[in-house]
Ligand binder design. Structure first.
Ligand SMILES: [Mg+2]
Length: 265
């Protein structure tokens, strides 16, 4: 990391916003950031108040809020209904700028032969959960921790044999096979190039290695990246202790700032 200037933490950023009226663009990972990681992806349920909080925040930020997730956007929408906002899904393989419109695909679905091969590689452990998301295939090993090493080796070899067509992404208790040319960082850059995000200071909050490209993209644009403890980031180094701390901070950010005669945001 190459950050020599002291940077404000989450509390400092709230102060900065109050003092300077800093216009923020907010990017939020979903699982492990806005809600606790569930035993399986399907079991994740948005906690009470989260959908209302996101709607309130999005309005407070002039629409400059996007959830940036490894899930497909359609899956995200189901879990956050009735909230529907700007979003990047499948690690940036799909992007929806305007909530009223369809998501734009940034990458084609993987060839069906990839799924066949991954199913074959994962056959050694029946508790591995294979999730086909079209532009990516996730293999979750949360229920089969002892399978991690062999799975990583098998997938690494498979990706190497693809000669550049595929890459392997590591997340919390999951490996993911994806094509090239997209990432959460690329998605963030796309959002920042267009209104209502452009010209604002980007802030990304994430809990995983897969969020790092987006965190770096924020820092490169003079913004901030905040981390959430729970798996990848150590508790003594992360900015937030867990998703409940993130939600409490977001609620403060959404609340109308107490101003003494200043301009409205
Ligand atoms: Mg996450």
């Amino acid at each position: 990391m190459n950050c020599e200037a002291p940077r404000p933490g989450p509390a400092g950023l709230l102060d900065l916003r109050l003092r300077d009226g800093a216009q923020l663009a907010l990017f939020l990972d979903f699982d492990g950031t806005l809600l606790d990681v569930a035993p399986t992806p399907d079991a994740a349920v948005a906690p009470d108040g989260l959908t209302g909080l996101l709607a309130e925040l999005s309005a407070a930020l002039g629409g400059a809020l996007a959830v940036v997730t490894g899930r497909a956007i359609a899956d995200l929408d189901l879990r956050l209904a009735p909230y529907r906002g700007a979003a990047a899904g499948i690690h940036g393989a799909e992007i929806r700028f305007d909530p009223a419109r369809q998501a734009a695909r940034q990458a084609a679905a993987l060839d069906s032969g990839v799924l066949v091969e991954i199913r074959r590689l994962a056959r050694f452990e029946p508790r591995l959960l294979i999730e086909d998301k079209g532009a990516s295939i996730a293999v979750h090993f949360r229920a089969a921790a002892t399978a991690e090493r062999r799975l990583e080796r098998e997938l690494t070899d498979y990706v190497a044999a693809s000669r550049g067509g595929l890459r392997l992404l590591r997340g919390r208790k999951v490996f993911e096979i994806l094509g090239d040319g997209f990432s959460k960082g690329e998605a963030l850059a796309r959002f920042m190039a267009a209104p209502p995000f452009s010209g604002r200071k980007p802030v990304m909050i994430g809990d995983d290695q897969t969020d790092e490209p987006a965190i770096q993209a924020c820092i490169a644009r003079g913004g901030f990246g905040f981390t959430v403890a729970g798996g990848f980031f150590r508790a003594d180094q992360a900015d937030f202790a867990g998703p409940d701390a993130v939600r409490a901070w977001l609620a403060e950010l959404a609340a109308p700032p107490a101003r003494s005669g200043g301009q409205g945001a």
